[in-house]
Design a binder for this molecule. Structure first.
Ligand code: ZN
Length: 143
């Protein structure tokens, strides 16, 4: 008597969910890129913290995007910083208290407005935001 092959239990494939997650991720990446371009232009290609120009700049969040997901794509919650000022030793994330104090001095009222917005901003509508920001930033990226 030959042994029957063991029945293989098929793992339930959930490709559609995986695909949706991936699509969402792609939209988030594109939106962050568009918003960074917008914010860097708005901030006149100058690092907010050290004032350097002719340096590669990044869009840095004022209120962390992890704990404030509804402000992740809010341009007033993003500012242009160079790498050293964003993630380096003298950077924004090294001493949050000092960073906040500095920010409040530079942009009076903005930190508080962001905190209020963090609790009442509408849920992020990625496809809608992308449509808006693709139009808004098109000119910036073509330069
Ligand atoms: Zn800098």
């Amino acid at each position: 008597m030959s042994a029957l092959p063991k029945p293989t239990r098929k793992k339930k494939a959930n490709h559609s969910r995986k695909k949706a997650t991936n699509e969402r991720r792609q939209m988030e990446i594109e939106l962050e890129k568009l918003l960074s371009a917008h914010v860097i232009q708005r901030d006149r290609d100058v690092c907010n913290w050290c004032g350097k120009t002719y340096i590669r700049l990044f869009g840095a969040h004022v209120l962390p995007k992890g704990s404030n997901p509804r402000l992740r794509f809010e341009p007033f919650n993003i500012m242009a910083l160079c790498y050293a000022c964003h993630l380096g030793n003298r950077g924004w994330h090294k001493d949050p208290m000092r960073a906040r104090e500095w920010f409040e001095g530079k942009y009076p009222g903005r930190y508080e407005r962001l905190q209020i917005a963090a609790s009442c901003a509408p849920k992020v509508d990625l496809p809608l935001l992308l449509t808006v920001w693709r139009d808004e930033v098109k000119g910036v990226l073509e330069k």
